[in-house]
Design a protein around this ligand. Structure first.
Ligand code: MN
Length: 216
């Protein structure tokens, strides 16, 4: 998903300018979120792994999918900070669009799983509103779904990820308050409604196609 996907993990630059998501997500929120919140997770992940050279070649996905294989003393910091890096890189990567819409085989899968894009948005919003406290809502491809390459929506708490790797994540929304508080205060619903406008569905479709080819 990213270059240099091993220790020392980099602060992956935003694929767009701070103000690219205006007016839906304000530049100051994007800047603080990326340059400070994400950077803290990157720094703390590297700090936890620094004394353990045998894990310096492991990718983020390997670390997160095999957390129990790590020395006990770094399981919690790698889970929390590695999750923070994974989730934020994913979240920033799939934004930057301007009222784009899902199409092609991803739209077909969405219609098959939810009825329509509009129904998907309603269900996704409902789920994102139901996250109690801090966490994420995700659209994932479920390898075990009854429908082949079927989609489903799931929530994760705090910086948990949709691991251990039984699903292939396609998009997350960060519903920690730091993701929207400056502009939207307590109005999480308005943030979610506006966030749909900045999704980059071309990128999300590439991720979906990657999920399908990884499975085969
Ligand atoms: Mn965040």
């Amino acid at each position: 998903m990213q270059e240099n996907n091993h220790y020392p993990f980099p602060l992956v630059p935003l694929p767009y300018s701070y103000d690219a998501l205006e007016p839906y997500i304000d530049a100051r929120t994007v800047q603080i979120h990326h340059d400070h919140h994400l950077k803290t997770y990157v720094d703390n992940l590297n700090k936890a792994l620094e004394p353990y050279p045998m894990y310096h070649s492991w990718s983020l996905e390997m670390l997160l999918c095999n957390i129990n294989a790590l020395p006990e003393e770094i399981q919690v910091p790698v889970h929390r900070n590695g999750g923070g890096v994974y989730n934020h890189n994913f979240y920033f990567n799939i934004m930057g669009g301007n009222h784009s819409q899902p199409k092609n085989n991803l739209l077909a899968a969405m219609e098959n799983s939810f009825g329509s894009y509009e129904k998907f948005k309603q269900k996704f919003k409902q789920n994102a509103l139901s996250v109690f406290g801090s966490g994420y809502s995700w659209l994932v491809m479920d390898n075990h779904a009854n429908r082949p390459n079927g989609l489903r929506i799931m929530n994760t708490a705090n910086q948990d990820t949709p691991m251990p790797c039984t699903v292939c994540p396609l998009l997350p929304i960060d519903v920690w308050e730091h993701a929207y508080y400056l502009k939207y205060q307590y109005k999480r619903a308005d943030y979610i409604d506006n966030w749909f406008n900045v999704l980059n569905w071309d990128k999300i479709e590439k991720i979906y196609n990657q999920c399908i080819s990884n499975k085969q």
